[in-house]
Design a protein around this ligand. Sequence first.
Ligand code: SF4
Length: 297
Amino acid sequence: MLFGKHWKSHHKMKIVIDENAGPCPGVKRAIRLAEKNLMRSSPLYALGPIIHNKPELERLSKKGLDILDQAEIENGDNLEKIYHKNLFIRSHGISPQLERRLEENHAQLIDATCGKVKRVQKVIQNYYRKGYQIVIAGKKGHPEVVGLLGYCDNNGIVISDTAEMSRIDPLKKTLLVSQTTLSKTKFNEIREKLLTLIENPVINDTICKHINGRHEQLAQFANSVDVLLLIGGKESSNTGVLFDICKKENPDSYRIESPAEIEKKWFHTDDLVGITGSASTPLWQLEAVSTFLKSSL
Ligand code: SF4
């Protein structure tokens, strides 16, 4: 089954854009909120890139969005950069400790933390207060995970691989949650291993439904085309997860950030080329790649 609209190029190559691609609701909301605030007052300072997508950030930067180094502020360095400033909190969220620091420095907060991330923060806080050992399946250092850890006073254990699970105390009451963008497979591996280590852990699968369903849709889309182009930021961990799925389904999958990286040798006459994007790729970038292919191949 094919998804989306079809175009015929001059060389009989066909192009199809994945109709399920595009930013997730949390990122879309963050961009809308940033644009709305930029119309009122500029500059607006964001703690880290609000979307892992260079061209989109350039577009927002022209409107007055300035990106600060979140780690620097977490460390308490150069706090004059946030003093009395309009500060934008991206969809990944931040720790309560950092939020306090921002408030102490009289920053005006514009909070775009995704509701789904807020839910994980609350679950962690509730169980931590009840004395549970907190295990977060996710990537160490990922901004969402850094924020989540703050909700258990940085006493949580972050597990990105089952090999690291010896750090878990098998005698403690335990809560397992996941970073919202973790792959279901990874989470299941960690869950299965945890069940062999601990009796009755509380397991809260907090993987975002958007990401979840997206994996299956993407696998189907990758299967339905000859060549697949996945457009997404080099630093986006979500793009990395999606690219692994594409590669597995279709070896002729390529991960690019912009049309300039496309190589002619990837394509053959009559190929059906699929264009898709990660949760942080705006639709206008998929259209740009399609236009590029139609005009240059
Ligand atoms: S939790 Fe889901 S909807 Fe929210 S920002 Fe993350 S991927 Fe997007």
